[in-house]
Design a binder for this molecule. Sequence first.
Ligand SMILES: *Cc1c(COP(=O)(O)O)cnc(C)c1O
Length: 233
Amino acid sequence: MSVPLDPDLSARIAENLQAVRQRLAKAASVAERDAASVSLVAVSKMHTADPIRAALETGHRVFGENRVQEAVDKWPVLKDTFPDACLHLIGPLQTNKVRDAVTLFDVIETVDRPKLAAALADEMAKQSRHLPCFIQVNTGEEPQKAGVLPADSDTFIAACRDTYGLNVAGLMCIPPQDEEPALHFAFLREVANRNEVTGLSMGMSADFELAVELGATHVRLGTAVFGDRPKTP
Ligand SMILES: *Cc1c(COP(=O)(O)O)cnc(C)c1O
């Protein structure tokens, strides 16, 4: 068993979570949506196990990490203690990390190319772990960013379903930093609607209320839950 957490840390994380849930509830109510239809993915990247444990001890269960190796270093112990924790991969996935990713994660949010979709399908079959997948769309067409291009998204979604047999649970986007996120959220929703995809992972600490207004089913919140990120994990 691990030592008890610093009570100040526990209190701070509990307060942050409560404040964020209140804001989520308000945004849902403004949008005339059920607050329970939006899942809060607490993004714990770069944070140590202690603040994550603090969040787990409040009863929170859904988390996001963006690096496979970092998650492999932190999460197996946490999952031993909290087996119902649900871990989303929200960062780019290299095919050589697919095995570790399928073992540890519960949702893969960053499927964005055929080679990766094929590798995931293979590995999920091997491990009999058929994880829900989100397809990341590079809505801003940014060359440095992961994600399928908008023009290729319908074809890729169909291939993920029909060719690779993946469970396409949703779409995910990270809008460009200097653009109005509403346009990107609305665009992602449109792609989801016309492909009959139900999940929408969009909205981060700075813009999640807007994302809820535009139909987000998952918001990915790091800073709002854990505070500023340390520079190294
Ligand atoms: C880090 C990260 C987040 C959380 O960002 P905050 O602004 O701290 O809420 C959300 N999504 C992705 C893909 C991230 O990498």
